[in-house]
Design a protein around this ligand. Structure first.
Ligand code: UDX
Length: 448
């Protein structure tokens, strides 16, 4: 069955592509998901999400059952839809620069698929790409392989995505803005109309820009958020040396200033995830190639890298030399409610611990152990649950803010551990309730 006018296709069934597809289908818009990975396509056809994300599984199931979402590895199917979102990955190369191979290939194959099409088709670059990619790379590739002139019967927009893992569906259904970067009115209007069908009366603010501005908005957003985290971790590290100071109270105070705000100022072990590090590296590299060295963004990344050392310092302060010490690491995912360990702070901390002489590391995470097993060497033991991880441990580091870890009380730590040293790298606990342990937390000054 051909999807027909008004339908959309999405190339790249990763996080962004899957959530976008499921969300469009949930609004009754016929959607075709396209990916080269046959296993992934088969899973989607069966209505199963190939990655963990709350709400995604049930949404996919419904959409597939109603035949509003179909999946294929045949890119030529895109021609039977009216618009195609490109949501393929844009990973980092070794030097930090962006690798655009997937987007170039997708653009070329899509152009070929569209070459025979008579009616108007809109192509939307949703992948995170450095400024200039839509106009200088995607545009000429599409034009050549489709033999069409962009802006006439083939439209092109940049339209970045701001969804967060763990709340991706909600973020897609309720974004705080939609940014549309286009060179011509028809492309911009066609995409706006598609979003009007999607959001109806609740259409978020639409900001119309050039493609380059839209592309840079995404980097500005991630760079700012990452900088907020590194900023508060810097304050936390200063606070940590001053008796009686707690960074959380500092945030409570400064967050009331509307110019600052309270969000994204939680001190911790440093940011992780698939975007912040990759996007900062890409924009730093891009900027340097333009002849401008963005010192602030370099410092954001440097501070984040250093934060893992700060966590290990807290451990050593409590335990002394680590030889033969059993260290329990609670949490491996880069944040709660995901199985994703890409760039997770837990990995940086574990790698630093492994460089020290002789600690025994036992780790537990409610979802991320299978992913962690693939990355970590055999020198890390994996426990079945948090309590088994704590059994006989000489120190525990809370690395991810999972709700189930919050339920552990001081008496649980005292009963299970050999030596009750607790490093709260996520500030999950109220220090007052854990005074019976040897407790250290990021951003808490020493006891007087
Ligand atoms: C991020 C952006 O938020 C999103 O808009 C973009 O589209 C993709 O990148 P995500 O990677 O899912 O989303 O995670 P996010 O919730 O932003 O957290 C990133 C990292 O920062 C996590 O490791 C988190 O634990 C850490 N963080 C966040 C802090 O340490 N403190 C905070 O106050 C907030």
């Amino acid at each position: 069955m051909k999807p027909g006018p008004g339908s959309v296709s999405v190339i790249g069934m990763g996080y962004v592509g899957l959530c976008t597809s499921a969300a469009f289908a949930s609004k009754g818009i016929k959607t075709v998901g396209i990916d080269i990975d046959e296993k992934r396509i088969e899973q989607i056809r069966q209505g199963r999400a190939p990655l963990y994300e709350p709400q995604l599984d049930s949404m996919l199931k419904k959409a597939v059952k109603k035949r509003l979402l179909t999946a294929t590895n045949d890119i030529s199917q895109a021609a039977y839809t009216s618009s195609t979102f490109l949501t393929v990955g844009t990973p980092s190369r070794k030097d930090g620069s962006i690798d655009l191979t997937s987007i170039e290939r997708a653009a070329e194959e899509l152009g070929t698929a569209l070459s025979e099409k008579q009616s108007y088709h809109l192509v939307i670059v949703k992948s995170t790409v450095i400024p200039g990619t839509t106009n200088r790379i995607v545009n000429p590739i599409l034009a050549k392989s489709s033999s069409k002139t962009i802006g006439t019967n083939l439209g092109l927009c940049a339209n970045p995505e701001f969804l967060k893992e763990g709340t991706a569906i909600n973020d897609t259904l309720h974004p705080d803005k939609i940014v549309i970067g286009a060179n011509d009115k028809k492309s911009a209007n066609t995409l706006k109309q598609l979003y009007m069908r999607f959001y109806g009366k609740n259409l978020p603010t639409v900001i119309l820009t050039s493609p380059e501005t839209a592309e840079l908005v995404k980097y500005a957003s991630n760079a700012f958020l990452a900088t907020k985290v590194s900023f508060i971790n810097t304050i936390a590290n200063i606070a940590q040396s001053i008796p009686g100071v707690d960074v959380n109270q500092i945030v409570e105070a400064i967050g009331r200033d509307p110019r600052i705000g309270p969000l994204f100022l939680k001190a911790g072990p440093g940011y992780g995830g698939s975007c912040f590090h990759k996007d900062l590296q890409a924009i730093i590299n891009f900027s340097e190639n333009l002849g401008y060295s963005p010192l602030l963004l370099r410092a954001t990344e440097g501070t984040n890298e250093q934060q893992a050392e700060k966590v290990v310092e807290l451990v050593e302060k409590l335990t002394g030399p680590l030889e033969q010490k059993r260290i329990a690491v609670l949490g491996l995912a880069f944040k709660k409610d995901t199985d994703d360990i890409r760039e997770a702070a837990s990995l940086r901390v574990i790698n630093l611990l492994m460089k020290k002489k002789g600690p025994i590391i036992v780790a537990y995470d409610p979802l991320a152990v299978p992913n962690a097993r693939r990355l970590l060497t055999e020198s890390v033991e994996f426990a079945q649950d948090e309590r088994s991880a704590l059994k006989g441990a000489d120190c525990c580091i809370v690395m991810t803010e999972w709700n189930q870890f919050k339920k552990l009380r001081a008496k649980d730590y005292l009963a299970l551990m050999r030596t009750p040293n607790l490093v709260d790298a996520r500030r999950l606990y109220d220090p007052k309730e854990y005074e019976s342990l040897n407790f250290a937390g990021v951003g808490i000054g020493p006891q007087e």
